[in-house]
Design a protein around this ligand. Structure first.
Ligand SMILES: [Zn+2]
Length: 658
């Protein structure tokens, strides 16, 4: 059962239901124009009075409108106008503000010098094509008053672009062809050039929170382009955790590449539109998206095309190397150390002999990226199955057969994998014959080595060499899905991607410093019972992903005495608790403890339960109508229709598809 709708939306929907039916009669004549100011072409221009349309690029309109509304009051009472003001919620932000501006161009036509100007038909058509899936998803008909052939004009007839304001600040050559606006998600496959253009354009639109940069080049010389989102793009901020999402490491597994291109546009648009959840995420997290780690392989796969791509062509990079087998195998090293009892599962150095083999430039670029950025959390997006797997990927079985091979952070990795799978509608689907049905009983998550074992994977390397925890997401059973499938893939993965990124705020974070407040870099954060240490970044800050429960946490660094604290992480905590450490140089005794905003507790050891102060500081994410986009089945009405019928006898039937 869907949760009750927000009261404001209910009111608006009630008003919409009560409002009159469309006034414009069916198309007349060959151009299909209604009678209205456009038919006459001369009009009396008046100031734009409509709130919902206050951000259009012009400031005068004329009455009667094309829909034969004769006053501002009549427009405001119309179901068309009310629909425009709730479209953003109904479509969960998709296609907006573009759709709203398009509607405004009809409901409050542009008036200039005593003449009404018409919006361009090609802009309407472009938007309709792009947004139709969003309407289909909620079983809503395309609004009759956005009929492109009836209410819009051609370039020859002197139309204007109602979305020109959204294109401001973009280079002319960066603008999309055929009048497509920049704010909607275009559910197509993107060539390398198109991908680069979308990422650059997105960064330009959101210049205050986004930035593109390259981490290196592929073997064939293509830039490995990353788009970064953060309150202060381009720099690490103290205690701000960093997340990376990587797509298309296997060139023929393309869904992840598209998901990250859409995600970049989505984050930018939602931030600009004021989404509380996205603003909170981007203001507290630095997010790096690398949609294609293997652009050369993609070219090979794309040349065959969706539906024709075999299981393997384009998987490798241009040197024929499988990039997810090309990282240093530290897992064997870990198993060897485990046998000799000098267990160490973190910051294992890269063995010399690794460099004697072939190392792909793409692999090197990732390793360099990891060295220069203190990543906390990561996901690598694949295709070919439907499951989330987590390290180790290399089996501890002596013959390398598949076998459950957990890391010391098994609990946390399970939690991370669940953060993705538990909110993915297909991964949660209980039918056994679905794609990825083998993983049904495990809740669609699995330890990598328990599935199949391989060496040189990126996730094992992340865990054993750096502070970063990486999971692997198999997005679906088709590696190169047809374009028609991309919209649904995005619908299924949007929430999991957001939810996963938000888990970077689980556990604890803080600063390790000396008694003068100077940061101590490379200090170790040890958690008792988990043989995997985290080290501090150059500013002395650290992040330790931890599952709920009580933990003994120790900070230590050469030349200093250890500091031990007990922290308790409540089950529902969503923001990392702050735990700072002040280290005393060896040979000196802790004297009067410094009091200050960073200090808490009264000794080197925090009182038990001391972390309860990190209780839930944030309200749950506001997700209007979230999770309610269930397409109707078998002739029943869509979910939003019941609001209309329960509230009024007047029903805007033109919103119904069937
Ligand atoms: Zn793969």
């Amino acid at each position: 059962m869907p949760p009750p709708p927000p009261p404001l939306l209910l009111l608006l929907l009630a008003a919409l239901a009560a409002a009159a039916r469309p006034r414009c009669p069916l198309a007349r004549g060959t151009t299909g124009d209604c009678h209205g100011p456009w038919a006459a072409d001369s009009a009396t221009c008046v100031d734009m009075p409509l709130r919902t349309c206050s951000d259009v690029a012009y400031n005068q309109t004329a009455f009667p409108t094309l829909l034969e509304h004769r006053s501002r009051e009549a427009v405001e009472a119309s179901s068309e106008y009310i629909l425009l003001s709730v479209l953003h919620h109904l479509l969960e932000g998709q296609c907006n503000p573009d759709l709203r501006l398009l509607g405004c161009a009809v409901l409050a036509p542009r008036c200039e010098g005593g003449r009404v100007r018409r919006p361009c038909r090609h802009v309407c058509e472009g938007l309709r094509e792009a947004c139709q899936p969003a309407f289909d998803a909620i079983d809503m008909a395309w609004p009759y008053f956005l009929d492109c052939s009836r209410y819009f004009a051609s370039v020859e007839e002197g139309c204007y672009d109602p979305l020109e304001k959204l294109r401001e600040g973009l280079d002319v050559e960066e603008a999309l062809p055929s009048g497509l606006p920049p704010t909607f998600l275009h559910f197509t496959h993107h060539s390398y050039a198109q991908m680069v253009r979308v990422l650059r354009r997105t960064a330009a639109r959101c210049a205050h929170i986004a930035k593109t940069y390259s981490i290196g080049r592929s073997f064939n010389g293509k830039e490995l382009l990353v788009i970064e989102f953060s309150a202060r793009p381009g720099q690490h901020e103290l205690m701000e955790p960093e997340v990376k999402l990587i797509g298309n490491i296997h060139g023929n597994e393309v869904a992840g590449r598209e998901m990250l291109i859409y995600l970049a546009q989505y984050l930018c648009t939602e931030y600009l539109l004021g989404s509380a959840r996205i603003q909170r995420l981007l203001n507290t997290t630095r997010i790096h998206l690398l949609p294609s780690m293997n652009p050369d392989g993609y070219e090979v796969a794309a040349a065959e095309g969706a539906g024709y791509n075999g299981w393997t062509s384009g998987r490798q990079n241009a040197q024929n190397l499988d990039l997810n087998r090309n990282f240093p195998d530290l897992t064997s090293e870990y198993y060897r150390l485990a046998e000799s009892r000098s267990v160490r599962s973190d910051h294992i150095p890269i063995p010399q002999h690794y460099w004697w083999g072939k190392v792909a430039p793409e692999t090197k670029a990732i390793m360099k990226w990891m060295r220069t950025t203190p990543f906390v959390l990561s996901a690598s997006l694949h295709g070919g199955d439907l499951v989330v797997s987590y390290p180790f990927d290399f089996s501890k079985h002596p013959q390398e057969e598949k076998m459950f091979s957990p890391t010391p952070d098994e609990k946390m990795f399970k939690l991370l994998a669940r953060a993705y799978a538990d909110v993915h509608p297909m991964m949660m689907d209980r039918s056994e014959n679905r794609c990825g049905g083998n993983f049904l009983k495990r809740g669609s998550i699995i330890n990598g080595a328990d599935w199949y074992s391989f060496t040189g994977g990126m996730s094992d390397f992340n865990y054993l060499h750096s502070n970063c925890f990486e999971i692997t997401v198999e997005l679906g059973c088709v590696k190169f899905p047809p374009e028609e499938a991309l919209y649904t893939l995005w619908q299924h993965n949007k929430e999991p991607l957001l939810n996963f990124m938000e888990t970077v705020h689980r556990g604890i974070k803080g600063v390790v410093m000396d008694k003068f407040g100077k940061p101590v870099k490379n200090a170790r954060i040890v958690v008792k019972g988990i043989r995997h240490d985290i080290t501090t970044a150059p500013d002395g800050d650290y992040w330790r992903l931890l599952p709920p429960g009580s933990h003994i946490v120790i900070a230590q660094a050469p030349g200093y005495s250890k500091v031990i604290k007990k922290v308790t992480i409540p089950a529902r905590m969503k923001r990392a608790g702050r735990v700072d450490f002040i280290l005393q140089p060896l040979g000196t005794r802790p004297k009067q403890l410094l009091l200050g905003p960073r200090r808490s507790g009264s000794g080197l050891r925090d009182p038990p339960g001391g972390a309860s102060r990190y209780g839930e500081p944030e309200e749950p994410g506001q997700e209007p109508l979230g999770g309610r986009r269930q397409p109707s089945v078998g002739g029943s009405k869509p979910w939003w229709w019941s609001y209309f019928t329960s509230l009024s006898e007047h029903k805007p039937r033109w919103l119904l598809k069937y």
